[in-house]
Design a protein around this ligand. Sequence first.
Ligand code: SF4
Ligand code: SF4
Length: 75
Amino acid sequence: MARGEVLVNQELCKECSLCITACPHNVLRIGKSMNTKGYHPVEAFAPERCTGCTLCAVMCPDVVLTVRRKSPERK
Ligand code: SF4
Ligand code: SF4
């Protein structure tokens, strides 16, 4: 189960791919949709692999990404 969730502010993304390179778990890719500036924003195509490490958000020069960490489920 995913330990993190990445939220993308689609309008701010410039498709530079720095976050994709930074992610150690291959969660992100360039999406197919286009924003009003003509860029294709990133998307989390494998969200179940996200650990919530925040490396992608730290790497993004335009503060596009927000990472939510999920609490472990209690048994
Ligand atoms: S928080 Fe970490 S694991 Fe999740 S998408 Fe970002 S870099 Fe990848
Ligand atoms: S680093 Fe930021 S601007 Fe670059 S592709 Fe990723 S989300 Fe978009």
